[in-house]
Design a protein around this ligand. Structure first.
Ligand code: NAP
Length: 297
């Protein structure tokens, strides 16, 4: 947390910031910033009004039942973070269709073997979640010449993107080859990437998961890859992070692993957003990027 404290102090040297567990007085805490916090902490702060997630996701806050209902939850919607997610998604999709994972393997063996790659015009990229990140990713992929569709709770209208609302998951999946998951983790979206979903994808099928590890049923992915239902998966997030050394994903040619780096928050940018909401709280102005506890994101 030190870089975030320093970035906040650079913006406003009058701020009074403690870093847990070194909190001088629990009564004086009105605003907290948290990322993967230990459970059952927040009920100890009687004057806490707002908790800001350090990232775009707020699932770590929503599943913490110790947070009193009157405490408002916010998250970070930062242009740089969104841009990085766009880069990661486009990069992953391009690497898949140009078969970079095959060339990475070949290089180890000094194996000069050109392969037939996929033509983007023959494939549909389906983006799950068209929120702050997913919408931009869909636009970016469409701008890159891909056929793009998107699925979200409510129907969206995005130029050059075929959109589906929640109840039309099946037609979305059957038209999709490369599935890019950018959903928030909720009760409804947990384990949504499972065998029954993989079976519905158009062939050849591919998966990019840059959202949360718990969207994916890991053993179903292995089965789908082994059975040829999916050709490749690019995963940035995992049920358990860091991914344990003994995890079977490591040894699989058909899985590309990155260590949760699709985006990395920049303290300076995040500090500005947090400070803005802190000032809003103090002035009783509506907070930005509130998390809806009822919807779960
Ligand atoms: P967001 O703005 O809240 O958007 C969420 C999208 O998902 C919305 O379009 C929403 O539909 C849709 N959605 C939610 N539940 C759904 C359901 N049950 N069925 C269909 N659609 C559903 O979130 P965001 O800022 O784009 O971020 C998405 C997630 O990316 C975060 O929650 C986080 O977990 C992940 N993330 C990962 C990294 C990384 O480094 N790997 C970095 C940043 C974020 P509506 O639009 O209709 O509400």
């Amino acid at each position: 947390m030190e870089p975030y404290r320093d970035a906040l102090m650079d913006l406003d040297s009058n701020l009074d910031i403690d870093i847990w567990p070194d909190v001088k007085s629990k009564d004086r805490v009105s605003f907290a910033v948290a990322w993967k916090q230990p459970k059952n902490q927040f009920s100890q702060y009687p004057n806490l009004k707002v908790i800001s997630s350090l990232g775009a996701g707020a699932d770590h806050l929503l599943k913490d039942t110790s947070i009193p209902q009157h405490v408002a939850l916010t998250r970070v919607v930062a242009p740089t973070l969104t841009e990085q997610m766009c880069d990661f998604s486009v990069l992953s999709v391009l690497a898949i269709i140009r078969r970079f994972h095959d060339y990475n393997k070949q290089q180890v063996w000094a194996d000069w073997k050109p392969r037939i790659h996929y033509n983007k015009k023959d494939l549909m990229v389906g983006v799950m979640g068209l929120g702050k990140i997913g919408k931009k990713v869909a636009e970016r992929l469409a701008g890159n010449g891909f056929n793009v569709s998107g699925w979200s709770n409510s129907k969206k209208s995005i130029p050059n993107v075929v959109t589906y609302s929640k109840e039309h998951l099946d037609p979305f999946l059957t038209a999709t080859n490369i599935l890019v998951c950018l959903l928030p983790l909720t009760d409804e979206t947990k384990e949504i990437l499972n065998l029954s979903l993989f079976k519905k994808l158009n062939s050849p099928g591919f998966l990019v998961n840059a959202a949360r590890g718990s969207h994916l049923v890991e053993e179903d992915l292995i089965y789908a890859l082994d059975m040829g239902l999916l050709n490749h998966a690019a995963l940035d997030v995992f049920q358990k992070e860091p991914l344990p050394e003994a995890h079977s994903f490591w040894g699989r040619d058909k899985i590309t692993i990155t260590p949760h780096i699709a985006s990395i928050t920049e303290p300076g940018e995040v500090a500005e957003l947090i400070l803005d909401n802190y000032k809003r709280m103090r002035s009783n102005i509506e907070l930005l990027n509130r998390v809806d506890r009822y919807k779960g994101y």
